[in-house]
Design a protein around this ligand. Structure first.
Ligand code: PMP
Length: 295
């Protein structure tokens, strides 16, 4: 992934993609003191850019550091990176981390770095997406919010995601569905989950996982369609009551699910409507996105 043409914004300058390197004693690598974002540009506009930037800044504060750039500067840097790479439709990855000035659990002397990369990435699930993805249950549980900083998009929280995704792929599945520490449904390894039950849309309350920007967008779109939305604790056994299941996330967009463990699902009207509404919304200019979602 490091051997390609293009530019990466690094601490205020554009660096050729291949030269954007770090020292091996970077604190973020040893102690996971990093936070990141995943954004998508459609037709030249980064969808919900300010919300992503604010979440990035908030994620850093949860880990106890302040990113040395304002939200306006970060927004402008994301747009500038996209333009420098000549892209209008791309995935956008800002990441902030503690540097290599000090290497111990205490890292008060470290400098906070910020980098932004953009690259073409059509969909997290590629060709599997439209026919519906197959999920298995993860062995690892999402932690209690007092066990890990679950409201932060912190690099360290992705450790159990990668282990779970690899285990799922080794068994021939596309992804893993994770439970929380109590055994209730939480989310996939990189996207939130929705269930259609008796014509209503059910989704877990975001107490132990990221309240995704796509998740909130899908909830707003469902309400616009007069689809009832229920945010609640969803026991694992409730999945058998669902007629449709889908994932929602920036990289996954709206992705239909056709299997979870032993249960099969057929994407139908609710998934198809919200998938189309989401695809249409993301291509609107930012002012129109806000107007479309306003009550
Ligand atoms: N959960 C996890 C673990 C994720 O990585 C993501 C993607 N950032 C999401 C949920 C969805 O968040 P968003 O819709 O803001 O991309």
């Amino acid at each position: 992934f490091d051997d390609r043409d293009g530019w990466i914004w690094l601490d205020g300058d554009f660096v050729p993609w291949r030269d954007a390197r770090l020292h091996v004693l970077t604190h973020g690598l040893h102690y996971a003191s990093g936070v990141f974002e995943g954004e998508r540009a459609y037709s030249g506009h980064i969808f919900k850019l300010r919300e992503h930037t604010e979440r990035l800044i908030a994620s850093g504060r949860i880990l106890g550091f302040e990113i040395p750039w304002t939200a306006e500067q970060i927004d402008a840097a994301c747009q500038a990176t996209l333009a420098k790479n000549g892209q209008t439709d791309a995935y956008v990855r800002p990441i902030a981390w503690r540097g290599s000035e000090q290497l111990s659990v205490s890292a008060q002397q470290t400098k906070i770095h910020l980098a932004i990369a953009t690259w073409p990435w059509p969909n997290l699930f590629g060709d599997s997406r439209m026919k519906g993805v197959r999920l298995t249950w993860a062995k690892w549980k999402r932690p209690h919010p007092e066990t890990a900083p679950t409201a932060s998009k912190a690099a360290g929280l992705y450790m159990i995601g990668t282990i779970s995704k690899h285990a799922a792929e080794a068994e021939g599945f596309d992804d893993a569905l994770m439970l929380d520490w109590k055994g209730d449904i939480s989310e996939a390894t990189g996207a939130n989950v929705f269930l259609a039950i008796d014509g209503a849309l059910h989704t877990p309350t975001p107490i132990n996982f990221l309240d995704g920007i796509t998740r909130r967008t899908v909830i707003a779109l469902a309400k616009k369609r007069q689809i009832q939305v229920v945010e609640r604790t969803i026991p694992q056994s409730d999945l058998a009551r669902a007629s449709e299941v889908f994932l929602a996330g920036t990289a996954a967009e709206v992705t239909p699910v056709r299997q979870v463990g032993d249960l099969a699902f057929t994407p139908a009207q609710i998934t198809e409507t919200l998938l189309k509404d989401y695809e249409a919304l993301v291509r609107l200019p930012p002012e129109e996105v806000a107007a479309r979602l306003a009550a």
